[in-house]
Design a protein around this ligand. Sequence first.
Ligand SMILES: Cc1cc2nc3c(=O)[nH]c(=O)nc-3n(C[C@H](O)[C@H](O)[C@H](O)COP(=O)(O)O)c2cc1C
Length: 275
Amino acid sequence: MLAEKISERFGFDTGVGGDGEAEGVLAAVLERATQRRFRTDPVAEGLLKTLLACAQSAPSKSDLQQYSIVMVRDAEKRRDIAELCRAGRQMDEAPELLVFCADIRRGQRIAELRGHPHANNNMDTFLNAVVDAALAMQAFIQSAESVGLGCCPISALRNPIAQVSELLALPPGVFPIAGLCLGWPVEPAAISMRLPPSVVVHWDHYDDDKLADEIDAYDRRRHERRPIPPGKQRDVERLGEAAFYGWSENAARQLSQPERAGFRDFLKGHGFDLA
Ligand SMILES: Cc1cc2nc3c(=O)[nH]c(=O)nc-3n(C[C@H](O)[C@H](O)[C@H](O)COP(=O)(O)O)c2cc1C
């Protein structure tokens, strides 16, 4: 039943789902999970191209389609990218690596081809291009997962963004928002429990008055299902080992350190004015 899938997703009975059958897209979305272990079997070329067509069917701001997808097939490039990113064994094992890029260059070239100025190298176009690329990646993921393939997005690809951009010959105006490992799963991946709808979904006005209590309860639910082992605590040398280490402590520790602080400078030197 759908209600069971929803309870599984949130770790408690939300009362949502009614008596709907667990089938079709709704069931597939509710039980999806990121996959990090892949068999070596290749993904058939025809299927891959169908999935790419699905990715290109995603909605796009003003139909401008300001994104590109790079299929990384060259073995040496794959190795180099994996070494640079240190993103885990999924990067080595996945039979396919896709790189989803925000792309304002194509619009600039089209403006030039049609003899018009391009007057939108700004934050808004940057955001539109990122959203387009993200939606295309999500359409790809959902389509791939619907036929039993596994996916793992890789934002770690942005750690060495300059080197990766050079390896893939990404010109100014094009940058990777994320990589995507693709392949046939070794085994089903565990479902990651989500924040309760009461925290994420607001009705008519934003309200986070009960956040502290809701997060405590969420931490406990997650811990009960799948505790984060002591060895996986972040930054223990600096912050010590926590007696109770829940999702929120992990998130707060991650957010306490600046990530990819050089990103803006890279973009500014790579064709994005961000005006
Ligand atoms: C934009 C984006 C970047 C991500 N980058 C990575 C990554 O670099 N390495 C990784 O193992 N997982 C990565 N993930 C997967 C998330 O860790 C995963 O979606 C999250 O833990 C929730 O788990 P679930 O997708 O199984 O529900 C990324 C996901 C997104 C949406």
